[in-house]
Design a protein around this ligand. Structure first.
Ligand code: NDP
Length: 403
């Protein structure tokens, strides 16, 4: 029986709060705080209708450390689940230290003025969390999050060592719009337009954005073009699975998406430096976000499936030589919408956020300091994925990936 305070009332926050309310044995009290309190109230109303549970709401600007500290001291939750934007991570970690509360998030810190995300800034909180006897768990979404737990499950049950790892993220959903992003457009476009990086022979190798393309036939979706890009779990996987010779991340994009993004980039609409417009500074990418559809509005029309998983090749645990395994989840956009009012991209992130929080509150995952998903026993997390809407399968492939 524990009290949790969630910050951020977007698609991911909405799914996580709905799923927490469906598990009152673990989450006995839920508080939801965000910049726009009306969005918190709308989620609380939907939760009440769907589950009968009450969610308390607050307005908070999480960039304001003093205000967040005051809210935490007043509400006294056992855990803060940060589902706002990556820009708020450090401010919320500071508030947790001030108020003596555990911390969890789904995306690593990113400064607003540089399109660069890395764990460095949050790993630097290690000593402060440890000395305070507090726990911070980083990246408990799907990717990062489940993709790391999948890799550790393979290492525990199938492979003694992982030689190569490929993470394949396919969104086969169609929202019927010419161009829209499935989660926060600013974060999504910054991620996609950054140079690709993959791990090879002990170092990160950088290549041009969207420069490497492969077609892959995804189960229940069909053949899709996927592009190699940098993704944050590569950094923690390289640290905690040091024997890997190579690790790569791939994401599918349709031709229409690439065409629109190329034009937007060419005309300067994805810039994150300020430009003067009619006497005031604007950031083109933030203006673009304001004219694109809200990701949360896409749920009602999105059809199709997501298919996200890991393909790992390495020495089999049973001594039978080198083997390749594919472990994945397939999630249906319409089912996700029917259950929580949000499409599958929010669902596949919000469910693991609820599970990570459950791991911490039930003390199945416990430690003092700052932790990544790779550092804990994957089994209880994997069990909850099966029980709470993200069932997974594992199969042996006849050969490693041919590319
Ligand atoms: P949204 O943009 O839909 O929601 C973000 C929410 O945070 C909004 O309610 C927003 O408020 C609120 N917020 C923003 N700034 C502040 C602030 N200063 N103080 C308080 N609240 C604030 O994003 P998503 O729900 O799609 O994503 C949430 C998080 O999940 C992001 O960090 C994203 O990177 C991460 N993510 C992780 C994935 C994974 O697999 N690991 C996949 C997808 C997303 P307002 O409504 O006022 O704008």
């Amino acid at each position: 029986m524990s009290k949790v305070l969630v910050i951020g009332a977007g698609g991911v926050g909405s799914v996580a709060v709905h799923k927490m309310a469906m598990n009152p044995g673990i989450f006995s009290e839920i508080v939801l705080a965000s910049r726009t309190v009306s969005k918190c109230d709308a989620i609380a109303e939907s939760v009440k209708q769907r589950t009968g549970q009450t969610v308390k709401t607050h307005q908070i600007d999480a960039d304001d450390v003093a205000a967040t500290t005051a809210l935490l001291k007043a509400e006294k939750p056992e855990l803060v689940v940060n589902l706002a934007l990556p820009y708020q991570d450090l401010a919320i970690m500071d508030a947790c230290l001030n108020a003596g509360v555990d911390y969890m998030d789904t995306a690593n810190y990113e400064p607003k003025d540089v399109a660069k995300f890395e764990y460095k800034w949050q790993w630097e909180y290690q000593d402060r969390f440890k000395e305070a006897g507090l726990m911070a768990l980083l990246g408990s979404g799907f990717d990062p999050g489940v993709t790391s737990v999948f890799a550790m499950w393979l290492k525990k049950h199938k492979l003694k060592t992982i030689r190569t790892l490929d993470i394949l993220d396919c969104n086969g959903g169609d929202h019927g719009q010419a161009f829209a992003t499935n989660f926060n457009p600013e974060i999504n476009i910054r991620e996609v337009t950054a140079p690709a990086r993959h791990w090879e022979n002990g170092e990160f190798v950088e290549t041009p954005a969207m420069g490497m393309k492969q077609e892959f036939d995804f189960e229940e979706v069909g053949p899709k073009n996927m592009y190699m890009m940098y993704h944050e779990e590569l950094e923690s996987l390289a640290r905690f699975v040091p024997e890997m010779e190579r690790a790569r991340f791939w994401m599918t994009f349709g031709d229409e998406y690439i065409k629109h993004l190329t034009v937007l980039q060419n005309v300067g609409m994805t810039r994150i430096d300020p430009v003067m417009y009619e006497g005031r500074e604007i950031i083109p990418l933030q203006f673009l976000k304001a004219v694109l559809p809200e990701p949360s509005s896409l749920g009602e029309t999105t059809k199709g499936k997501t298919n996200i998983g890991d393909i790992a090749t390495g020495e089999a645990l049973d001594g039978s030589g080198e083997k390749t395994f594919y472990i994945k989840n397939i999630c249906d956009h319409e089912d996700a919408y029917a259950e929580t009012g949000n499409q599958a991209v929010s669902y596949t992130t919000g469910v693991p956020a609820m599970i990570g929080a459950a791991m911490m509150l039930t003390k199945k995952w416990r430690g003092e300091g700052v932790f990544n998903m790779e550092q804990f026993d994957p089994d209880p997390f994997m069990e909850m994925l099966n029980e709470h809407g993200l069932p997974w399968t594992v199969e042996e492939l006849p050969a490693p990936l041919p590319f």
